[in-house]
Structure formats: C-alpha cells, structure tokens
Design a protein around this ligand. Sequence first.
Ligand code: UD1
Ligand code: MG
Length: 432
Amino acid sequence: MAARKRAQTATTTEQEKPKSQDPTTATTKTATTTTTSSNEPPTAPLKSKTSFILKLSLLLLAPYFYLIFHHYNIDRDLKKSILINAVLSLVGFFVTVKIIPVASRYVLRRNLFGYDINKKGTPGGTLRVPESLGIVVGIVFLVVAILFQYFNLTSDSNWLVEYNAALASICFMTLLGFVDDVLDVPWRVKLLLPSVAALPLLMAYAGHTTIIIPKPLIPYVGLEILDLGWIYKLYMGLLAVFCTNSINIHAGLNGLEVGQTVVIASAILIHNIMQIGATTDPEYKQAHAFSIYLVQPFLATSLALLSFNWYPSSVFVGDTYTYFAGMTMAVVGILGHFSETLLVFFAPQVLNFLLSLPQLSGLVPCPRHRLPRFDPKTGLLTGTNDGTLVNFTLRLLGRKSEKSLCIVLLVFQAIACCLCFALRYFLTGWYK
Ligand code: UD1
Ligand code: MG
C-alpha cells in the first residue's frame, strides 16, 4: 500500500519507484495482519482544534453574513434556502468532526498512513499519521448536498439535472482520489484523472458556451459576448484538470491543502452573494445560488477536516481530499459561470504551477516530494531548488517554521482573493 512510500524522503524520483519494486511495501502489509501492535510505530495523537477553527470561520464568514443580512436586499425565498443549506452544513461540520477519529482508526488498520516529512529527525517525524481523511469530508459533503435538494425552495427541475451531474463528477473524483491514495498512481496518470471525473458534468451541461468580454477589452475584440461553442466544453474539462492538480501540488505543509481551499471557498461565497445582490436577472441569481448551495457544505466539512489537519497534523487529507476540493471548486465555477474569477482566486496555485512546469514537464528531475529542507535542531525549514511556491517563499523571506510558513502562504491566498475583488470591480464595474 501507499503507506511506506509516503515515508520515503525526497531522494527518490517518481520514475525510479515502481510499486512492485518497493520491498518494504509487502512487509508492512503482512506486518499489520500478523504482528502485534507493540511492533508498530506510535500514532500521532488525535486532537481537534475545533475552537480555533470556529474563530477562524467567524473571521472568514463575517463579510459573507454581513452582505446577506445587512448590505443586500436578498429575496425571502432565496435567503431561506441559503439558511436551510447553512444549517445542514453546520450539522455536516459536527458530523465530520465526530467521524474523522473513527475513520482514522480504520485507515490505520488498513495501513494507510504517512510520516510527517517536515518533522523528520524529531519524535514527531516517527509518528504514523492517518492518511486520506478527505474521504470523510467527501462522503458527508455528498450526503448534505443530496439531502438539500429536498429543501431547496427556489430550484426548478432544469437546475436539478446539472446539480446532480455536478455531484456525480465530485463523487467520481473522490473515488479516483481514494484509488490514487491506495494504489499510488504515477503522477503523470494522476494529471489525467480529473478529465475522466469531469465527464458527467460535461455531458449534462446545457448552459451557455459564451464568455463576457471585460469592458476595457471590448473596443479591441469588437464584441461584448463571445460564443466559444465546443471549445468552451474543452475549457471546462481543462479547468477541472487544472483546479484539482493545482490544489494537490501546492501542498506538503500541515494545514496547507485544506487552508488554501477554505480561503478560496470563503471568497467564492462572498463573490456569489455580491453577484446575487447586484443583479435582477433571475437566471443569473439562480446560477450563483446553486454555487452557494454546494460551497457552504463544502466549506463546513473542510473546516472540520482542518481542525484535525492544522499544525501539528493529527491526520493527512490525502489526494482524496485535494482532488475532491479542486473538482468541487471547478464545478461551482463552471455552473456559476465565474470560471475567470475563480482562476484569479487561484493566483497562488497558478504561480506554483508555473514554478513547477520545468519539473512537471520532465525538463528538470522531479523528486517524489518537493518539500523544503527541515533542520531538526532549529525546527526551521529552508527552501530547496525544487520549483514550488513553498520553496520560493522560503528563499524570498528566509527560514521559517512550518506553521508560520503555512500562515504566510494562506495570507498570500487571502490577498489574492481581495485583489480579485478589486480587479473585477475595475474591469467590469459590477458589485453595487
Ligand atoms: C504532491 C507534490 C509533492 C508533495 C506532496 C505533499 C508535486 C508534483 N507533487 O505529491 O511534491 O511533497 O504533494 O502532499 O508537486 N506530507 C507531509 N506533511 C503534510 C502533508 C503531506 O509530510 O503536511 C507528506 C506525508 O508523508 C504524506 C505525503 O506527503 O503521506 C502525501 O503525499 P501525496 O499527497 O501522496 O503526494 P502527491 O500528491 O503525489
Ligand atoms: Mg497529494
């Protein structure tokens, strides 16, 4: 299984490491079924930082609630649907917090764990950390999103077709992410998995295939709206591939995978409510309401995972979560018709992708893990030459602890989202 591979350090390349040639894999798997637990390395203590997460949620969601309840005059029915969805999401949060410890025991039993590479050489680096806990988030999210259809007061049946196609794509992606965690798929194959998972949505998509040209560019293009036809569907598929992989490769620090997602999801919620407040077009409102109905439970369940994944991580999220998260955000961006805005929210991920290109394209050797160098004596990380935003930030700002580096990167993410709001206002003049 994947567990022993995850414990390897950054010296092995992906190409050098076919699964069948890993002699320790079979040993470990046998060991779990034949030896006593006294032979197993200790497990990371399972602690939920729920009160910190609740405070963080208030900080992230305060502007959103202010806009819904105070700033805009939102239709009563729509507001009611959003509130019902929010209550279901809150239940989803607590259910996820309850299930993660149970699921952690199960994944450890099946030998699905990793070692914390940024703690190598300290006692923390010898602990087994349960992997793939994103599976809990994926399942609770899907249950909430499916149940919500019963309570949605504003949706018509046309929306339900696309809503369910979106859920099918997210579900398919979660499955493929879990397959990847268990089988450790070579990453060049990983790159393609989201294009398969996006198929249900691409096939069911009956919306428009046009893009709005930003106001300053209209004189040059000569059009206000451009119809892209089938190219739009290709673009949707590529967006799904980009979102999933870019979240997955901007990773490796405790809390970073979920943290970046939580910041982007909060920005998506704010963007949606601003668009609803600023328009009178019912179809347009519905598109953004649809996005809110998916993002609220997504954010709530992700925050529950973050409470266990924040530094020092009690659980790892796995590719199950990174793929699930990327696909969910791609899907809401596509069906809410704000994929261009989404890409600006993803600015740090775009930068990380550009920095990664030489290694991803094979021009420069790509180790299995492209993480910074950890010094057990000082507890600080130093940037390596691997092309990631994590290393780039360390080279720019100097050595940092894992926790403060993660906070710096999340602040970058929040700044990117704020700049996106400003940019959108400047380009389109929207948001009243
Ligand atoms: C991607 C990155 C890889 C990075 C990894 C970290 C590329 C091409 N791949 O690989 O460089 O090292 O994500 O997630 O950019 N881990 C930690 N601390 C954490 C999170 C993860 O040490 O906070 C380690 C653990 O050993 C864990 C493993 O990373 O088991 C998970 O790696 P995985 O998600 O399988 O890596 P990839 O997504 O393939
Ligand atoms: Mg990963």
